[in-house]
Design a protein around this ligand. Structure first.
Ligand code: SF4
Ligand code: SF4
Ligand code: SF4
Length: 371
C-alpha cells in the first residue's frame, strides 16, 4: 500500500500483484540496481527529474511538503520493500553544472539504468521558429550550444523504465499553453503520443495539479517503485493518464463545505465559512482529491480553507475555467434549485435538531418541591 493508510476506493492492492517480475534493464548498467524478488528488499532506482520545460519549479517545491510518503522516506529507502530512490533534481541536488548533468549524460548514453524520468513544465515546440530555442538544460560540451529540453526528452524517454509528467504543465500544457501563447507548448502526452509506452511497457503517467498535491506526487512515485519491484499491479490510469485512485472523485465530493452547499447556504464574500460556489468554485465538476486529502499532512486544501477551486488538475485548465472568480455558468441552475429546496431541508432539520436537543419527556424529572 503506497501511503501507509487504508487503500482508497478503486485503488489496486499492490500485494495482489505478481511478486517476482523483473525489469529487463534491472542490474544491467550504471549506479541504480535491481528489482526485487518476492520477500526481498528491492535495490535502487534513479529518478532523473527535468524542471527545464516551461515551468515555475512549483511541483518540486510542493513535493518537499509531502508526508505520505515524504521525499526523504523515498531517498533513504525507508519504505519496506520499495527500492531506494536515487534522486537527481536540479533544485534539490547539492551538485551544480556539469557535475549535476553527469547522471543525465550517462543515462542518455545508456550507462545509467534503470531510471524513472520525471518532467516538470510544458514542452515547447522547437520547430515553430527560424532560430533560437524556447527551453534548454545544460550545454553540449562539444559545441558549447544549449541542449534543448526536447532533445533531452528524446534521448531519455526511450531508455526510461517509466516517464512521469509532474504538474499540469507537463501533463496537459497548463498555464503556458493558454490560448495566444507563441511557444506552441504542450503536455507530454501530446509530445510523446497518448499511446506511448516505456521500454518496460509502462504508459505515460500524468500527475496534474498547479502545483501538484505533494502526497499525490510522492505516492505515485512510490507506486511505480513498488511496480518496478514486482510488488504492484500495473498502475491504473484514467483516460487523461491520471492515477485512478487519486483522481476519480470530484473536489466537491470531499469538500468540508459540502453540507452548506446541500442546504443552499452560499457565501458572497471571501472569509465566509459557507460554500463558495458563487465566488467561482468549480469543485462540483473537477477531479481532484484535495478536498478530501488536504494539502500538507492532511490539513488545508483549496475550498476547505476558503479558496475557490479553479480546476487546476484538469486538461482544460486554465482556458476552460476562466474568468476565475465568477460563478461557474453550470452552477447557476443547481444553486438556484438548492436555494429553494436546500433551505426547506434546513428548516426541517432545524425542527428535528430542536427536538433532539431536549431530553425525552419520559426522562424529565418532576419539578422539585422544597416541602
Ligand atoms: Fe508551475 Fe503549475 Fe506549471 Fe507546475 S503546473 S510548473 S506549479 S505553473
Ligand atoms: Fe463544492 Fe466548492 Fe462549495 Fe466545496 S466550496 S461544497 S467544492 S462548490
Ligand atoms: Fe486545483 Fe481545485 Fe484541486 Fe485546488 S481543489 S488543487 S484548485 S483542482
Amino acid at each position: 500500500m503506497p501511503s501507509g493508510r487504508s487503500l482508497p476506493a478503486g485503488a489496486p492492492d499492490p500485494m495482489a500483484a505478481q511478486a517476482s517480475r523483473r525489469h529487463p534493464a534491472a542490474g544491467t548498467t550504471g549506479a541504480a540496481s535491481t528489482a526485487s524478488t518476492a520477500g526481498e528488499p528491492a535495490g535502487e532506482i534513479a529518478v532523473l527529474w527535468i524542471t527545464a520545460g516551461l515551468s515555475c519549479d512549483g511541483d518540486t517545491i510542493a513535493m518537499t511538503a509531502a508526508t505520505q510518503p515524504s521525499i526523504e522516506d523515498l531517498v533513504r529507502g525507508a519504505i519496506p520493500w520499495a527500492p531506494k530512490v536515487k534522486l537527481y533534481n536540479p533544485l534539490l541536488a547539492p551538485e551544480v553544472g556539469d557535475e549535476f548533468l553527469a547522471a543525465f549524460r550517462r543515462a542518455a548514453a545508456g550507462e545509467l539504468a534503470p531510471f524513472i524520468l520525471v518532467v516538470e513544465g510544458s514542452v515547447p515546440d522547437e520547430h515553430n521558429k527560424q532560430e533560437g530555442y524556447w527551453a534548454s538544460f545544460g550545454t553540449d560540451p562539444a559545441t558549447g550550444q544549449p541542449i534543448t529540453t526536447c532533445e533531452w526528452i528524446d534521448r531519455l524517454a526511450p531508455r526510461a523504465w517509466a516517464v512521469v509528467a509532474a504538474g499540469t504543465c507537463a501533463a496537459y500544457g497548463g498555464i503556458h499553453a493558454m490560448a495566444g501563447n507563441f511557444t506552441g507548448c504542450m503536455g507530454l502526452p501530446d509530445y510523446l503520443g497518448r499511446e506511448w509506452r516505456s521500454s518496460a511497457g509502462v504508459p505515460l503517467v500524468c500527475i496534474p495539479g498547479c502545483p501538484v498535491q505533494p502526497d499525490n506526487l510522492t505516492e505515485t512515485l512510490l507506486y511505480l517503485c513498488h511496480q518496478f519491484a514486482g510488488l504492484a499491479a500495473p498502475i491504473p490510469l484514467d483516460e487523461a493518464l491520471r492515477p485512478r485512485w487519486l483522481f476519480s472523485q470530484t473536489v466537491h465530493e470531499g469538500c468540508d463545505r459540502g453540507g452548506y452547499y446541500e442546504q443552499g447556504e452560499f457565501g458572497d464574500a471571501y472569509g465566509s465559512p459557507l460554500c463558495i460556489v458563487k465566488l467561482g468554485c468549480w469543485g462540483p465538476v473537477v477531479q481532484c482529491n484535495v478536498g478530501k486529502r488536504g494539502w500538507i499532512g492532511g490539513l488545508g486544501g483549496c475550498p476547505n480553507v476558503g479558496g475557490i477551486c479553479i480546476g487546476c488538475t484538469m486538461p482544460g485548465f486554465p482556458d476552460k475555467f476562466q474568468p476565475f472568480m465568477e460563478e461557474p455558468p453550470g452552477s447557476l441552475l443547481s444553486s438556484a434549485a438548492l436555494m429553494t429546496y436546500g433551505k426547506a431541508i434546513k428548516a426541517l432539520r432545524q425542527f428535528t435538531k430542536d427536538s433532539l436537543n431536549k431530553v425525552p419527556s419520559w426522562r424529565a424529572a418532576p419539578p422539585r418541591r422544597s416541602t
